[in-house]
Each structure stands twice: as C-alpha cells, then as structure tokens.
Design a protein around this ligand. Structure first.
Ligand code: ADP
Ligand code: PAZ
Length: 434
C-alpha cells in the first residue's frame, strides 16, 4: 500500500484509531515507518484529555498491567521524496489531532509522554521537562536529516544504531510473529516454524542500498561480519540508467518478461554448447554476467530492456547469495535470513538467492526470507522505546493477539500476524505497560 492510500486509510479510520508510538528508519533509498495504532473510539488533542483518554483506553490485564490493543502499521517513502514523508507525518497531526503537540503523561516523579512514541524527557527519564519532542530513528538519515525534522516538524530524532536495530527487529519478528519466515524455491513458498529457543546462531543479510551481513548469536549479541556495496542501490541505479525505467517496481516488473541469456555469457557459449562437467558447471550456468555485451557488436539500444533488467537482477542476487553463503560457511551457520527492500517479495529475486545458496552450499545451508523484510530497522527502533525505562504506557510487552502455541512463550515480547492481517502486513497486538 502506498503512503497516499495510507493517509486516506488513516483518515477514514481515525475514529477507531489512536497512534501511540512511531519509529523511523531513514535509509539510503527508502524511509520506513512503524507505528502503533490503538483501537479507540475518540480522538482528543490536549494533554489533559489525553491523560484521561489513556485512562479510558487502558483496560487491565489479569496481573493488573495496563493493556492497549491495536495494530502495528508499516509505511515507506522514497528518501529522495522526504517531503512526502514529512507531509504524511504532518497530516497525521491534522487528522488525529495533537500529534506533535507535547502530550504529557506524568508518572511518579518522571515526566514522559508516550503518545505517538514521542516523549519529552531527558534520557534517564528523571529530569524536568524540556520542550523537546523525540522520535526514535535509525539509519543514516537519522543523522543526515535531523535538522530537517527539527525545522519542519519541530521534533528531534533520537538516534539508534542501525545494526542493532536490524538485529532487534529480526529477533522480534522471528520469535514473536507467526508465519514470518519462509523459504522460496522453484516457485514454492513454505513457511518455516521457528523455535524461539533454537533460533541462534544465524546470519542476517540485509539487502538495502548496500548489503550488511550480520552474525546473530542472541538478543543484542551480534557482529557485522561482512558487507558488499553491490546491493539494491546498484540494481536500481544501474537498471535505471540502462533501461530508462522510471521506478523500481517497473524495473522489477520488466525483469519478469526478460531472458538473461541474451545478455549473459553462459558456460555453453564458451564451451560450444556443452557442460563443463568436470568442475560441475552445466552449459546453462552463467559464466559471465553481461558477458555477451562484449562480444556482440550491439549497442545498448539493440538490447531489450527486459533482458537487461533480468540479467542485472540475477547478477546482483547471485552475488549476494554467494557472498552470504561464504560468510555462513566461515562461521558454520546453517540458516541465512535475507531481508531489506531489495527483495520486495519478488519471486525471481528470492528464487535466484535460494538457488545460489543451495548451489554453493551443496544443499547444506538454507535461504529464508521475511514477510516484513524491509522493516527490521524501523521495528528495532520502535522496540528501543522499551529501553527508555519509562514508567507508564511503554512497549514493555507485546502480547500476541492470536496465540500460536504455548511453546512460543518464554520471552517478554509477543506478537502475531492476525489471521486477518491486511495487505500491508500490519500486525495485531496488545501492548502491556508496566
Ligand atoms: N519504491 C522503491 N524505490 C526505490 N527502491 C526500492 C523501492 N522498492 C524497493 N526498492 C529497493 O530497495 C532498496 C532499499 O532497501 P532498504 O532496505 O529500504 O534500504 P535502505 O535502508 O538503504 O533504504 C533500493 O535500493 C531498491 O533496490
Ligand atoms: C552503509 C550501510 C550500512 C547503510 O545501510 P543501507 O542504507 O544501505 O541499508 C550499507 O549500505 C552497507 O552495509 N553497505 C556495504 C558497505 C560494505 O561493506 O562494503
């Protein structure tokens, strides 16, 4: 769902929802937003009313914790169109009322606001109010655009480390969200049942503009072991230049119809149509990506853009699959989770990555993908409100709305895709306060 649809959706549902937390991941290509909308039947906009509203919103759980019920929502914008994102945030203020006003929740001697994930507080939560309003943010843009957010919206970005957020987001999704991870091979998508007690270690490969490979050993226990600059930005950047496509989805769509063999040099092209069986290469294996473009006396306009797009997609996906496998091998990791918006749930991309991992590992390692592939960083930033140690309505505990199984208990954050999750992958959940 695009952001405009989101805006109208939000407007139409404003009588049912109240946004209480928001976090951002501002990457090299895309800005990702995660926000929690609680179910509500009223929207008011001043602090006192919000306080009473909070009171009315919170029912109590069995152990007397305040409970908020609602959904986690996801949205994204191109970083180059950051003004659209700022307008979106501003429009939320308009339709929901008081979003950027300083909403205060006072708890004991601490002064906080948990509305919309904005809080006014010093970081230890003890100082008297400054008039600062913070939003949790990660990614390079949290640094690059800090002044812009301040200037245009009057909010400060509370920066969280990008790698840490990716890992927190991945762990959260893998442990708490039902049917999050899946394999994709030969057109078959299969959900993988993850045992939260047997998750580590794994390799997380985040394919954004560039690619980061992170060995994850536990909650907050990780090491970025490798990376490559040949990532999603490379595919989109080169693809735009070579095909004149106007947007990423168009380039991806084009690749559906293409034939990479027109552009790539295959083993068979070199070996006169035969396999090079002695070293395990079939005649159809790509020997050299874009290799045919050197031997032909053709110019760019003589190639079909769909063939170029397909070849480019295979080149980038294969390369990432291979480097990922080599890093998994380096650390003896059997499970590789691929995330980042380059994947875009695209069948051919996932298939290529899976085949590469399968081919290089001789079937030993498994490529897996995530439904919320592009939102790991933003989710991690969202979860970091928890670290703020604020009393009151914080995201201390998210309880799955539709329990999966008792065996998935044992950690303090649960959540699940509701059976009626919308096409945008929003997650129905319950947030417990302390
Ligand atoms: N609408 C889009 N516009 C631009 N790039 C997109 C889009 N959808 C998917 N992508 C791909 O996703 C990549 C960005 O992925 P993302 O995980 O958001 O990384 P980053 O944090 O670097 O922005 C782009 O480089 C591109 O390959
Ligand atoms: C610098 C980055 C962490 C930024 O993250 P991104 O916006 O690409 O998601 C990433 O682009 C990256 O890991 N690049 C590869 C750099 C390298 O290891 O060669």
């Amino acid at each position: 769902m695009d952001h405009l649809a989101h805006v109208s959706n939000l407007r139409s549902s404003q009588s049912q929802t109240q946004i209480s937390h928001l976090a951002l991941d501002i990457g090299g290509s895309l800005i990702k937003l995660v926000y929690f909308c609680r179910y509500d039947d009223s929207c008011r906009d001043d602090g006192d009313e919000l306080r009473s509203q909070n009171d009315s919103l919170c029912s109590k759980s069995d152990n007397n914790q305040p409970v908020l019920e609602g959904r986690l929502h996801f949205a994204k914008f191109e970083t180059s169109k950051i003004n659209d994102c700022l307008d979106f945030l501003r429009s939320m203020k308009l339709c929901l009322g008081g979003l950027f006003s300083t909403v205060k929740v006072i708890s004991g001697s601490r002064y906080i606001s948990s509305s919309f994930g904005l809080f006014t507080s010093s970081h230890d939560g003890t100082a008297p109010p400054s008039d600062k309003i913070f939003i949790k943010a990660t990614g390079g843009g949290a640094y690059k655009f800090a002044d812009l957010f301040k200037e245009k919206l009057g909010v400060s970005l509370d920066k969280e480390d990008e790698m840490e957020c990716l890992v927190t987001g991945a762990n959260f999704l893998l442990k708490a969200v039902h049917q999050e991870a899946f394999t994709y091979l030969d057109g078959q998508k299969e959900f993988v049942q993850i045992d939260p007690n047997d998750l580590y270690p794994y390799l997380l490969v985040n394919i954004g503009s560039g690619v980061s490979m992170i060995k994850v050993d536990g909650d907050g226990k990780f090491e970025r072991v490798s990376g490559t600059s040949l990532g999603g930005g490379t595919f989109w950047g080169l693809g735009r230049l070579l095909t004149k496509c106007k947007n990423f989805d168009e380039l991806l769509e084009l690749s559906h119809q293409g034939n990479n063999r027109i552009v790539d040099m295959l083993v068979g092209d070199i070996y006169g149509g035969t396999d090079y069986a002695k070293i395990g290469l079939s005649s159809t294996t790509i020997a050299s990506s874009f290799g045919k473009a050197i031997s032909d006396s053709k110019e760019l306009e003589d190639y079909q853009p769909e063939d170029v797009s397909r070849s480019l997609l295979r080149m980038i996906s294969n390369n990432i699959g291979q480097i990922s496998y080599l890093n998994a091998l380096r650390f003896g990791l059997k499970r590789i989770f691929f995330a980042g918006f380059f994947i875009r749930g695209h069948a051919y991309t996932m298939d290529t990555i899976s085949v590469a991992v399968n081919f290089w590992s001789k079937g030993e390692a498994k490529a897996m993908f995530l439904r919320h592939e592009g939102f790991l960083g933003a989710l991690g930033a969202f979860m970091s409100y928890e670290k703020q140690c604020l009393d009151g309505l914080m995201v201390h505990k998210m309880q799955q709305k539709f329990p999966i199984s008792a065996s998935s208990a044992g950690d303090n954050i649960y959540c699940s895709l509701s059976s009626n999750s919308d096409e945008n992958g929003s997650i129905e959940c319950t947030v417990y306060g302390t």
